[in-house]
Design a protein around this ligand. Sequence first.
Ligand code: AP5
Length: 216
Amino acid sequence: MTRVVVLLGPPGAGKGTQAARLAAAMALPHVSTGDLFRAHLSRGTELGKEAQRYMEAGELVPDELVLDMLFERVAKEDCREGYLLDGFPRTLAQAEALEARLGEEVARCAVLIDVPDEEIVARMAGRLTCEQCGAVYHRRNDPPKVEGRCDRCGGTLIQRPDDREDVVRERLGVYRRQTTPVVEFYRAKGVLREVDGRRSPDAVFADLQAVLGGCF
Ligand code: AP5
């Protein structure tokens, strides 16, 4: 059975952190549209350059650029048994395009990881991201073993340009306006589950595993 997990939640809710753990536990690939854009940017592609100006302003990249890139990724062989989506869909048009592509025979579950805005702003101020492999750390909550170096690949840890407080607040506004309708879309379909993202990463992971165990 093909399984598709959609992780929803505001920027900084912990989608990427949890997707990496779930991917290992469920043996499914972690597909993040943000990571796909950042990979394009580091390769210097036209798509990466086009996406960069939206990302740095905290705005969404236009749907047409997102959809082609995402569908190309999930058409790859490693996604045959399913995949974990992180950061997609973010608009109703994206959600509808995904539904149309999946059809009836694919099992799906959408999980909302929710965290209040003020906690998010504090989290983002401390987030460190590996320039090379995208692994995520936090200065206080989840520090790397060696300061400034990725535990996984030894790459350099940086603060993402869109983690500045003013950009984070803009991203939160965009989330409320454009992505909240996606949450309601899945709720109306009866496939939405919710977990409290304010708890520790281990507690959130345990909740996610329990919720997903009930979905598939
Ligand atoms: P994207 O990269 O998807 O960013 P995001 O959704 O805004 O999410 P983040 O990666 O910022 O946060 P996260 O929820 O993954 O949290 P994390 O685990 O890192 O998108 C970036 C941009 O790309 C968008 O703004 C847009 O421009 C564009 N884009 C991407 N997809 C698009 C789409 N579909 N359509 C249009 N445009 C698109 O955790 C955050 C921090 O908190 C870390 O430091 C972590 O260590 C820490 N942490 C995690 N969990 C906990 C916990 N439980 N307790 C305490 N700290 C925690």
